[in-house]
Structure formats: C-alpha cells, structure tokens
Design a protein around this ligand. Structure first.
Ligand code: ASP
Length: 442
C-alpha cells in the first residue's frame, strides 16, 4: 500500500501544525510520499509566505529594500525550527536564498522558495528524504508539464528512496530554470506524484473535513460529501464550489487513483472520496440522492421568439454565431418550439449587450427579444438523480412552497445534474431549501 499525501498551507502554518502533520504521517506507514505547500495563514489577517514572497519580488523589481519582508518570512521558518527542535542551519539557508534574490532571479524562482524551505524542514522533522521538485517535475518549452518524463523521474527516485518529502507548486523548465503552477498549485504536484508512483491513494489534507454539500457561507454547517465522482465534482466546481485546483484531478483520474480530501484538524474524520465511479450498491447505502449543490449569481437570459422558427433551419446556429463573434461563451440554451433562450454570464455581455441585440434584430428578424438580468444558476448535482423517479417534482415543489420563482430549468442528457435559474434575490434561499431537501431525501 502506498499513499501520497499533500498538506496545504493552512496545515503547515506553524510549528504546532507541523506536529499535527507528523502525527498523521506516522499514523499510517503507507504515507510514504509527502508533498508540502508553503506556510499559510495562522489566523485571519495573517500572511501566507507565498504572498510575502510575491511582495519581495515586487520590491526587488522596483529596486526597493526587501529586508523587512524577508525578515518576516525568516521568522516563520525560525518559529517552526524552534518549535520542532530541528537541527538544520535555517539562518544559513535563509542567507543563501536572500543572496540569490539580490541577483534579480525570476519571479518563479523567488516564490517557489516557500515550498522549498518548508519541504526541507518537514523532511528533517519526519526523518524522510528531501527531494527537490526541480529534479523530477519537468515542463516542456510550451510551459505544459511533461508527464511522461516527470513520472519516469519520480518513479526512479522512489525505487531507491522510499520515504520522501517533495515541495509542491514548482518544477523545472528544460533549461533547468524554475517554473511554478498557478496559485494553489501544490495540489497538482501531489496528483502528479501520485500518478508517477501509481499510488493506491492520493490524500489531500486541508482545513475542512472534505467537500461540503453546499457553500458553508450560505448553509450553516453543511454535511461533507462522502463520495463524489470526478464528473460530479466538475459540475460542482464549474458552478462555483471551491474545491481543488482544476488541473489536479487529471493525473489521478487518468490512472484511476482514489482521491481523498481530509482535515488536518480532525484526522479521523473520513473526508470526501473522489473516484471515477462507485460500486452502485455502496453508493446506494451511503449517499443521498443529491450529492451537492452549487451556484453562481449574475447571469443574463436572452429570450428570442419567432413564430414557426422550427421551419427555418439554422436559426439557432446563426444566433449563436453572433454571440461567438462577440467572444461570449454560452452556458445554456433552453428551448421551446417558437422560442429559445441563451443564458450567458452578465459580465461577458456588459459592454456588448446592445450590439448583440441589434445584430440579432437585423439578421434574424425575431418577433421579440427579451432580456432578463440578475439571474442565478443553481446546479443540483447527483449521480443518483437519473435513477430516482419524481426527484424533479420534489425539487420544484420545495422551491414553490418557499415562494421561489423558477425562471429556467435544464437537465443534462447524462442526468447527473439539474440546473435551475432563479432571481438573484432568491439565490441563497433557494440553496438553503435545496440543501434541506437533500438532507431528508435519500
Ligand atoms: N503556496 C502556493 C500558494 O499559496 C501554492 C500552494 O499552496 O498550493 O498558492
């Protein structure tokens, strides 16, 4: 059994959190590869080390002194070393890095040092071997990860070094220079490492007990999702659920490696398991018919009506082409016989709304165009929706009973989600009503 475990910045913010991580790693001998972020915030209002490094870089760029910021960063690592009684010469390490910064090194090099140093400290603390991610995770010249080579590199290292700590967030370009992923990118490092060594599980440790059924800022204490498929997760995150870095899932999904989201502050909580599919009997037992609910505000609906539209082939295509010409991505196209609607993000049509209307009017001569703004879209996601008769009825009844007007309805052909449109003013209420419904219906 081999597990790759990744800890986020909030799980590594101080010496005390390092202790929790050690406890988790030691609790399971199969946790052999540990991927770490840079120290995150210890309390609200605190700084993430990566943010401080970006500030350092801005000072260097404008030839301003970065001493104070660098001292703040140094303090974070000194506290960890002191608390964990580490032996390595952190001052010498910091001095060395600081002298590199003075040589105007790239942004990517500068901001990657947060993970680099944290991994060195964690390796000593756990008694594992530090392996620099620049030595195995490689990018192509086009800036995309060279998966084949990275997998090969890490697998080779793992053969001779079975207990490893890796810094997340960065790798190396073909010329050896450092390149970082976008923010939050240590999730991806962990997923690539898990795929490289064909891990049995990839555990992503954070500060919540898994992915929540609904946004905790809207629903009080939502239940964590137990099991979610990658397809469901994609729907939930597309509609606003903040879960993982988008690119994370690709390497583990491709190799069918189960991905757990777990809580460093509650190590025995089960967390959320993400897989390609679940044994249906298992999922029958465990899951509610709604896996999760997410949504976003601020959409606009263009409703275009023309009698006998169905006799005019290409009518919808020509309309969509107009949106395309303005670079507007379309979210949904609910339709009826003599009318159809185009749902788009209001932000995308903010500046071209009138141009789009006049082009549709000129070129397609509709009987009527109606624009409805301030619409929220809510996705009710669940792989079991397809097998349950009457679910849609229950959803609409619950919303109706709560005086929520449904402005749009759509169900994908794969039946893993139902999307409804409501007025922005009803957004939070609708999410709460749907959450309560998901709690009672199994
Ligand atoms: N430390 C980096 C960030 O703050 C990467 C990560 O934590 O995943 O974005």
């Amino acid at each position: 059994m081999l597990k790759v475990v990744k800890f986020g910045g909030s799980s590594l913010a101080s010496g005390e959190s390092f202790e929790k991580v050690k406890k988790i790693v030691n609790a399971d001998p199969s946790r052999s590869i540990v991927v770490v972020s840079a120290p995150g915030k210890r309390f609200s209002g605190d700084n993430k080390v990566t943010d401080l490094l970006y500030i350092c870089q801005a000072h260097i760029k404008y030839n301003a002194s970065f001493d104070d910021i660098f001292d703040k960063i140094g303090e974070r690592y000194r506290e960890i070393c002191h608390h964990c009684k580490l032996k390595q010469d952190i001052d010498a390490e910091l001095e060395d890095i600081k002298s590199q910064f003075g040589k105007k090194t790239s942004v990517d090099y500068i901001v990657s040092r947060g993970e680099y140093l944290n991994a060195k400290l964690m390796a000593e603390y756990l008694g594992y071997t530090f392996v620099d991610s620049a030595s195995w995770l490689v990018f192509n010249y086009n800036g995309k990860v060279n998966f084949e080579k990275s997998y090969e590199n890490l697998a080779r290292i793992y053969e001779v070094t079975p207990k490893i700590v890796l810094p997340g967030f960065y790798g190396a370009m073909p010329d050896g220079s450092i390149k970082v992923f976008s923010r939050g990118g240590s999730d991806i490092t962990g997923a690539i490492a898990a795929a490289a060594v064909n891990a049995d599980t990839y555990e992503n440790w954070t500060d919540v007990s898994g992915i929540m059924t609904a946004d905790p800022r809207i629903v009080e204490n939502p239940r964590p999702i137990e099991n979610v498929t990658f397809a469901e997760l994609r729907e939930l995150s597309y509609m606003g659920a903040e879960v993982l870095h988008e690119e994370t899932v690709f390497p583990v999904r491709q190799k069918n490696i189960p991905l757990y989201i777990k809580n460093t502050n509650d190590m025995n909580a089960r967390g959320t398991l993400i897989m390609e599919s679940f044994d249906e009997d298992e999922s029958e037992k465990q899951t509610h018919f709604i896996t999760g609910i997410s949504g976003k505000k601020n959409y606009s609906i263009f409703t275009i009506a023309k009698s006998r539209m169905n006799d005019e082939p290409g009518y919808i295509r020509k309309t969509l082409e107009i949106f395309e010409n303005f670079g507007v991505a379309i979210e949904h196209i609910p339709s009826s016989i003599d009318s159809f609607s185009v749902v788009v993000s209001s932000q995308l049509v903010e500046k071209c709304m009138h141009d789009i209307i006049s082009r549709i009017t000129e070129e397609l001569k509709p009987d009527n165009i109606k624009i409805t703004n301030e619409i929220s879209l809510i996705a009710i996601v669940g792989r079991k929706l397809a097998f349950n008769i009457g679910i849609a009825g229950k959803i609409f009844t619950a919303l109706g009973e709560n005086n929520i007007n449904i402005r749009m309805i759509e169900q994908g052909a794969d039946e893993i989600n139902i999307i409804i449109g409501v007025d922005d003013k009803d957004f939070k209420k609708a999410i709460r009503v749907l959450y309560n419904l998901s709690e009672v219906e199994k």
